[in-house]
Design a protein around this ligand. Structure first.
Ligand code: NDP
Length: 502
């Protein structure tokens, strides 16, 4: 053996004598059961795959840091945000949502934008998307919604009928659908898109005063999108283009960065605010709530092993630190359960010990013990119960979120806020998009919606018409629909429209 080569071993460190020929009875076989090396190798291979994420399966990630650039201590007591110039290690993962682990990066889909901050008070996860809004505002609809974005149970094919049937029966999706079918639905790379918390969170300071906040991570590389035609070509030519782009940019020393801007509302401002601030289908208009720049995110180091560090990375909106809390947003409340639950299923009860998920800058000190793959000292010989008088770790009341009032009648309440689901998508179409952006939006919709049944096309075109007359008219014309029929449907209530198109 050359001096440079280290000896190969089995999983338990014993030397392996040969790794090309199975142990057989004579040169022509059969293979012997006693070939423990072969059995170990095949047994491990058979178990190489873990369940892929049910959403956000395809992704890429990198390490870096977050730096505070403005004093935010009047709003939050989070220690990692306590001083201008303070830096915190991060790991970020970008992803598509609906596709499988091998699907194309150029898919029309929201992009996940998750950042794990390894703070001295434990890990804080910001689990955002590249869009400021979402399709639905009630978590009970989430599994149904995702089913419609995936494959038909009979054909195993993507299905425009499923896709648009659900969306057209769920008019609160119009805002996100408009963003998704604009060219922002196909970002050029992960580096050339923004990240948004989309949800409202609570920040509270050392005195216990709180504000409502939304996070905007603005790309330092500038927004760049693909047209439908470019995205289609790229899906075939290089299905991993965004994964490659992120890795290569970092290897080349072109470290991508984002500026963190916060929108902040005091409880008093929130009371009279025009929009329901806990409705994730709405934004806070910039003119009414101007964003404040507070920090900078830089990614400057690639993972060494994709499986260990990206596939096993596990984020949860429930990973919070003192000074940051969740809001009553129903989708956010359900994500606090669902993300952790998914990781328990995919990675096991000790997923927090996987190095990328470990609280690197704060020791884990509690009485949770044992479980599958508890691979560290497991709490050693210390006490495994609380309360104890053995000097074990004790809760710190100052780490609690200040108490807050809650009231209301328990029930499955229909959404009843006096706030129109069609105004903001209409504003996006009318005020934000230029002629070319509108043309691309309508073209992207017509091509996709054109694959659905005519009655579903009519129902969805009516929703676009309700957002903006020109928008709905152009979609209807592009699909060759009867405009009068679309107008009639647009004038109906949601239930009447569903009835008239069923
Ligand atoms: P502004 O004119 O102040 O903001 C419009 C924002 O729209 C821009 O700042 C940009 O966000 C974003 N934008 C531009 N093109 C697109 C696109 N194709 N798809 C999605 N977003 C785009 O107006 P308002 O704040 O009054 O918002 C008007 C509409 O803009 C909203 O209804 C919403 O649809 C959209 N928007 C608003 C955001 C907000 O937080 N207020 C955030 C993003 C979109 P950015 O600067 O983040 O790149």
């Amino acid at each position: 053996m050359s001096e440079k080569k280290r000896p190969m071993t089995n999983a338990f460190g014993a030397p392996v004598g040969g790794d090309l020929n199975s142990m057989t009875a004579g040169p022509r076989g059969p293979v012997l059961m006693q070939d423990a090396h072969l059995l170990e190798k095949l047994g491990h291979f058979d178990r190489e795959r873990i369940p892929e994420r049910v959403v956000h399966a395809k992704g890429a990630g990198a390490y870096g840091y977050f730096e505070v650039t403005a004093d935010v201590t009047k709003w939050t007591k989070a220690k990692f945000l306590s001083e201008v110039g303070k830096k915190t290690d991060v790991f970020a993962r970008f992803s598509t949502v609906g596709g499988e682990k091998g699907s194309a990066d150029a898919a029309r889909d929201p992009r996940g934008f998750a950042v794990k901050f390894y703070t001295e008070e434990g890990n804080y996860d910001m689990t955002g998307n590249n869009t400021p809004v979402f399709f639905i505002r009630d978590p009970l609809k989430f599994p149904d919604f995702i089913h419609t974005q995936k494959r038909n149970p009979a054909t195993n094919l993507p299905d425009p009928d499923m896709f648009w049937d659900f969306l057209s029966l769920t008019p609160e999706s119009a805002h996100q659908v408009t963003v998704l079918f604009s060219d922002r639905g196909t970002p050029a790379t992960y580096r050339h898109m923004n990240g948004y918390s989309s949800h409202t969170y609570k920040w509270y300071n050392a005195q216990g005063d709180y504000v409502w906040v939304q996070y905007h991570l603005k790309t330092g590389q500038g927004i760049r999108n693909l047209t439908r035609q470019e995205a289609e070509a790229l899906k075939g030519k290089d299905p991993d283009h965004a994964t490659r782009d992120l890795y290569n940019a970092i290897e080349a020393g072109e470290f991508p960065s984002w500026t963190l801007e916060m929108q902040i509302l005091t409880p008093e401002q929130a009371k009279d605010f025009k929009w329901d601030i806990f409705d994730i289908t709405k934004v806070w208009p910039h003119a009414e709530v101007p964003p404040v720049t507070v920090g900078k995110l830089v990614l400057d180091r690639n993972p060494v092993n994709y499986f260990a560090e990206v596939e096993q990375a596990a984020f949860s909106p429930g990973n919070l630190v003192p000074g940051i809390a969740i809001s009553p947003d129903k989708m956010l409340q359900a994500r606090v359960f669902s993300y952790h639950d998914t990781h328990l299923h995919r990675l096991g009860p000790n997923y927090h010990l996987i190095p990328v998920n470990q609280a690197k800058n704060a020791p884990e000190l509690n009485y949770q013990r044992d479980g599958s793959m508890r691979v560290d000292h497991g709490g050693g010989g210390g006490p495994n119960y609380w309360p104890n008088s053995m000097g074990g770790p004790a809760p710190d009341p100052s780490a609690q979120e200040p108490p807050f009032p809650l009231e209301g009648e328990a029930g499955r309440h229909e959404y009843a806020f006096d706030n129109d689901d069609f105004v903001q998508p209409g504003n996006l179409y009318r005020k934000v998009m230029d002629g070319q952006a509108r043309e691309h939006l309508v073209g992207n919709i017509v091509e996709h919606l054109g694959g659905a049944a005519k009655r579903i096309q009519e129902r969805q075109a009516a929703i676009f018409y309700k957002c903006d007359v020109d928008y709905g008219t152009k979609v209807a014309q592009g699909l060759g629909l009867d405009l009068e029929r679309v107008k009639t449907l647009a004038a109906m209530s949601k239930d009447q429209r569903a009835e008239a198109t069923s």
